[in-house]
Ligand binder design. Structure first.
Ligand code: FES
Ligand SMILES: [Fe+2]
Length: 441
């Protein structure tokens, strides 16, 4: 459990909050690059409690500007996208990509008022088919993290995103919670081969996990320079250990364990829109080859963790990535399958996760919870984030993850003899660049 004060600190991300200030030290994904055309239609977005307009200037550069015009506070969503900035549709004030007012056509030509007006704007960069922004205080943003999937050819990578109606952290907790796989995503009977084969098609490593009779893995956690490494250990019938290793990377990345053979890593990015909504980015990639048609079909077919079946789009922030299923229809629950075949009859791992994460309400009151040993990873990741936010607030300490190269890691699964330390035994699977060692914190 957490104190009410720590729960507030963990979950509140708006401007001026300690966790919001921590998040603003890192690059944040905004939209896919393909969502904005040069000089085309802008999009409303909301990040860390701030309402913003994303657009692509006619010169091709992506921009992110505070939604409300500093003149009389109307929305710039209806503004005119120009060569290297945005012009308000009300009285024609124009702003460059940095937010500086560069034209005030309704003021006398001799006025120098425009030089004194600046609005919120955040720098954007593009990598891995994603537009990233830096909302922090540094005059010169840090380099982008060297996440493996952002540096691969596009055919190796599949990215989806969806909106969830809950605080980012309770969603993130699902991403580091290896013990729920045996329940939420499992068949009702563990000896039902047909169901196990069906579920494994979803591509989320449930097959072996579900077949291993040990439903109560032992957890070990290790702090690294970029986050936390989480090992879930199950004992195989032959006495060896089956380790499923999850990554947490500051401040909002999780990577669930891969399969043992031909690993195809996945990652979530839990980007807070505000305290009660999160954009759940999901990425699947293959380090060495393009994803096959079959693999892509499994990703988008509704069984896996990607959800791309959306409700009719609106122009609200992320209003085009709201899943079609939701609280209004019990997330598509098949109550008959729930009764007879599946531990949870909601179709697809992704919606099972979303339903269960949202079911706790917009912000979980962690002062009421009862944590067990299977929650070791969750406790450690909370501690890591809380400590980083407090250290930044109280002493200005730069948070973990300053080295962009530290982000070149993967999750893994590995079978090891009992006497091998799991991080060392799995090292060559965990690092993207051969020979690199993880740095413990
Ligand atoms: S409100 Fe934007 S220019 Fe007047
Ligand atoms: Fe899950």
């Amino acid at each position: 459990m957490l104190s009410k004060a720590d729960n507030e600190l963990l979950t509140r991300v708006g401007p001026g909050t300690p966790m919001g200030n921590l998040m603003r030290q890192y690059w944040i994904p905004v939209l896919l690059s393909t969502e904005l055309e040069p000089g085309g239609k802008p999009k409303r977005v909301r990040l860390l409690g701030e309402s913003l307009i994303a657009y692509r200037a006619a010169n091709g550069q992506a921009g992110l500007i505070g939604e409300f015009c500093p003149h009389r506070r109307v929305s710039l969503y209806f503004g005119r996208v120009e060569a290297c900035g945005m012009r308000c549709a009300y009285h024609g004030w124009a702003f460059d990509l940095s937010g500086q007012c560069i034209d005030m056509p309704n003021e006398p030509p001799e006025s120098n008022f425009k030089h004194k007006v600046r609005t919120t704007a955040y720098p954007c960069r593009e990598q891995g088919g994603v537009i990233w922004t830096y909302m922090g205080p540094a005059a010169e943003p840090p380099p982008l993290p060297e996440l493996e999937w952002t540096l691969l050819p596009p055919e190796h990578v599949f990215v989806s995103k969806r909106l969830q109606r809950c605080n980012y952290f309770q969603a993130l907790e699902g991403g580091i919670d290896s013990s729920h796989i045996n329940f939420l995503h499992a068949p009702l009977r563990r000896d039902d081969p047909e169901m196990i084969a069906e579920l494994t098609k979803g591509g989320f490593g449930v097959g072996l996990a579900a077949q291993v009779s040990d439903t109560a893995p032992r957890f070990e956690v290790v702090d690294t320079d970029y986050g936390v490494l989480i090992g879930a250990r199950r004992t195989l019938p032959d006495g060896r250990y089956y380790w499923r290793i999850t990554q947490f990377l500051m401040p909002f990345y999780t990577m669930p364990p891969t399969e043992l053979e031909d690993p195809m890593p996945q990652s979530h990015i839990w980007v807070p829109m505000d305290d009660e909504h999160v954009v759940n980015w999901m990425i699947t990639w293959h380090p060495r080859r393009p994803l096959t048609k079959e693999e892509l079909a499994a990703q988008v077919g509704g069984k896996g963790s990607h959800v791309v079946d959306y409700a009719p789009p609106t122009s609200a922030p992320y209003g085009d990535i709201i899943p079609a299923n939701g609280p209004h229809n019990d997330y598509g629950m098949d109550w008959e399958a729930h009764r007879t075949r599946l531990f949870c009859g909601i179709p697809g791992f992704g919606m099972q996760d979303q339903a269960i994460q949202e079911s706790a309400g917009p912000i979980v009151d962690r002062s009421l919870e009862r944590l067990g040993t299977s929650d070791t990873a969750i406790i450690q990741v909370r501690r890591r984030l809380l400590n980083a936010a407090k250290a930044l607030r109280d002493r200005g300490t730069p948070p973990p993850g300053q080295d962009p190269a530290a982000y070149a890691v993967r999750p893994a699964s590995v079978i090891l003899p009992p006497d091998v330390m799991w991080v060392e035994g799995a090292m060559d699977r965990l690092v993207v660049r051969p020979g690199r060692q993880l740095i413990y914190a």
